[in-house]
Design a binder for this molecule. Sequence first.
Ligand SMILES: Cc1cc2nc3c(=O)[nH]c(=O)nc-3n(C[C@H](O)[C@H](O)[C@H](O)COP(=O)(O)O)c2cc1C
Length: 301
Amino acid sequence: MLSLEVQIGSLRLKNPVMAAAGTFGFATEFAEVFDPSILGAICAKTVTLKPRTGNPPPRLWETPCGLLNSIGLENPGIEAVVREELPKMGRVGTVVVASVWGEKPEEYGAMAEALENTEVEAIELNVSCPNVPGKGFVGAQADFTADVVRAARESTTKPLWVKLAPEGEMVAAALAAQRAGAEALCIANTFRAMAIDIPTGKPVFANVVAGLSGPAIKPLVLRWIYELFPKVEIPLVASGGITTWQDAVEFIMAGAHAVQVGTGNFADPFCMPHMIKGLERFMEERDPSGGEVIRGCAHRR
Ligand SMILES: Cc1cc2nc3c(=O)[nH]c(=O)nc-3n(C[C@H](O)[C@H](O)[C@H](O)COP(=O)(O)O)c2cc1C
């Protein structure tokens, strides 16, 4: 039988389709819709050292083919997540990836330590949230990324993935993350963007800037995957407007090992199960190795 299994650093996933951070809660929320154990992995909502209430409303704004969000990392804090959410996630039956964000490298270190004896199988270091006033706010930064990976690396034995912003020093930050010990790169978080509310004539969001996601950003992120693939040695996990199996195939052909689905889950909660089925059918015909042959084929002459 065809296998879609894929190796992301030291982790083996049953297939390359994962839920993206912040769009699938802590997985149990979706369990009534479909069985989340079919997914390659689930990236939990980003957590911080202390609880955060998030940004004032409005937090979501639809655009043509896209979604602006300004959630602001609302979460109950690492202690509550470790105690209440991760044990439930651990029972879902697929790989659980935690996502952490901090203002300083030491905060990432502290959270990596707190996750050491939990159900989590990898930690995604979110250095790219555009909705909180941290370093990632202005795009990828190589030095900060390296400091964050080092701080986390010293505090845990778990595999570390790094989620970068699609702006700023993207290539330098990707190489810095790899040098500092990251096993994979998640490319990318949302793009900084905004909307104006015509009746008031003011920006829609209290922070002015919000994060743009959804199909509108797919070609932009595809270009990043294509550009990074020959430059880095660690696997690329693509995130940006991926909603169909055809999108996933394009990203694999550009060089990605796996894909994360975010906004697509809101438009169609069955988007990921359909994507897995579509990939199975496609690979059976085109690449029975499950992706090894077509990965990066867009680069071959
Ligand atoms: C409502 C919403 C909340 C998000 N929350 C997080 C988060 O907590 N942590 C994170 O790393 N990314 C977060 N993201 C970004 C997504 O994980 C994803 O990287 C991005 O939306 C691009 O993928 P998409 O176009 O498939 O949504 C969020 C996105 C949305 C739309």
